[in-house]
Design a protein around this ligand. Structure first.
Ligand code: PMP
Ligand code: GLN
Length: 381
């Protein structure tokens, strides 16, 4: 059936997350593949969504998002980052971060443009670039001790007169790397000097582990006017299925993203919007506690993998830890659910180059009991 699919989308015919989750279901495996928590978000937030449905908030909301949610997003960001986005023109509620990312690329990139991605990259960036028919260039992360860092020289070389946009993602999926403040400054200076836009995928912004806080590239000199910040309720409040995300940026960029967004999911789900507005305002302590819990879970899983002989890489935040298995990661991840009853993601599925073929990503956003059971099953590898 893939022959029916248009050529430009053929490389994307099957998302690795769907594929591996399906294998996990078929084999009754513990899913450390797709990044979703197996525990809930703040109770009061869940209650507000239930009440919103019961109260009849079930029709199309405004296409740029309910005013209360827009206000909450802008206020939370202003208090944490020091930003000053306008509630009416500089924020857009989307159907997950995925829709914001796709709409940004569809609304701002011409087919003749180039988009630079940092490899490995979240798969939807490349798919969106392919939907436009633009050219994707990648810059690889490089080993840095037991972690990864950005190769700034390669980034400089990747920028051409056709570069329209760079996507940065920190904390990073899949490696868990956090871009350092000097690296962010270098990227910002390059963006200003070479006049390209930046899409900052900050869906893990609240999950950067101590002692290094997340810094938004939009807060650096010259960057507010050329950056679209994308984030989501999914990872912050453990609601990956609610599909509430957003974009923040200068009015003229948000207008372009909105234009494309109207013809994707059109609006984001109505009853979840007041619940996320509440959570952004009143559940900040819950978020801080969640970050500390995730850091503990990261340590739990990474030290167990280390004890099992995996070559574990350092993560500075987010949901994932990677390990180099020294052999083909794709074959390993395809077999793992049937072999030992655990699912993981081959990083090669999130990259163009073969350098990533031996790296495997494990999600630690799981209950301790789930992690312990997965660890005991992995002993059979
Ligand atoms: N960006 C990154 C880096 C992600 O890991 C994910 C998956 N949560 C997304 C974007 C998509 O987020 P959402 O579920 O809100 O669409
Ligand atoms: N962001 C999550 C991950 O990286 C889920 C992605 C998805 O299922 N599309 O695992």
């Amino acid at each position: 059936m893939v022959e029916m699919l248009v050529e430009r989308l053929r490389p994307f015919h099957s998302s690795v997350f769907g594929e591996i989750s399906q294998l996990a279901v078929v084999h009754g495996a513990i899913d450390l593949g797709q990044g979703f928590p197996d525990y809930g978000g703040p109770q009061a937030m869940l209650d507000i969504a239930r009440a919103a449905i019961a109260d009849g908030m079930n029709q199309y909301p405004p296409s740029n998002g309910q005013p209360g949610l827009r206000e909450a997003i802008v206020t939370e960001h202003a208090e944490r980052v020091g930003s000053d986005y306008d509630v009416d023109t500089e924020v857009l509620v989307t159907s997950g971060a995925t829709e914001a990312l796709t709409a940004a690329i569809l609304g701002l990139v011409e087919p003749s443009d180039e988009v630079v991605l940092i490899e490995p990259f979240y798969d939807s960036y490349a798919a969106a670039v392919a939907m436009v028919g633009a050219t994707r260039r990648t810059v690889a992360m490089v080993p840095d001790g037991d972690g990864f860092t950005l190769d700034l020289d390669e980034l400089r070389r990747a920028i051409t007169p056709r570069t329209r946009l760079l996507v940065v993602n920190s904390p990073h999926n899949p490696t868990g790397s956090l871009l350092t403040v000097p690296d962010l400054h270098t990227i910002a200076e390059l963006a200003c000097a070479r006049d390209f836009l930046v899409v900052a995928d900050e869906v893990y912004e609240h999950l950067a582990f101590d002692p290094h806080p997340h810094v938004s590239i939009a807060s650096l000199p010259g960057m507010r006017e050329r950056t679209i910040v994308v984030s989501s309720a999914a990872k912050t409040f453990n609601v990956t299925g609610w599909r509430i995300g957003w974009a923040l940026g200068p009015a003229e960029l948000i207008e372009a993203v909105h234009a494309a967004k109207q013809y994707l999911a059109f609006v984001a789900a109505a009853p979840f919007q007041p619940a996320i507005a509440y959570a952004l305002e009143y559940e900040r302590e819950w978020v801080a506690a969640s970050r500390i819990e995730l850091q503990r879970k990261y340590q739990l899983l990474s030290s167990a993998l280390d004890d099992l002989g995996f070559d574990v890489k350092r993560s500075a935040g987010g949901y994932f830890v990677c390990a180099d298995i020294g052999s083909d990661g794709t074959a390993f991840c395809r077999e793992l659910p049937a072999r030992v009853g655990v699912a993981a993601i081959p990083v090669s599925a999130l990259a163009d180059r073969s350098d990533w073929n031996t790296l495997v990503r494990f999600a630690y956003c799981k209950q301790d009991a789930t992690l312990h059971e997965a660890i005991s099953r992995l002993k059979r590898v």
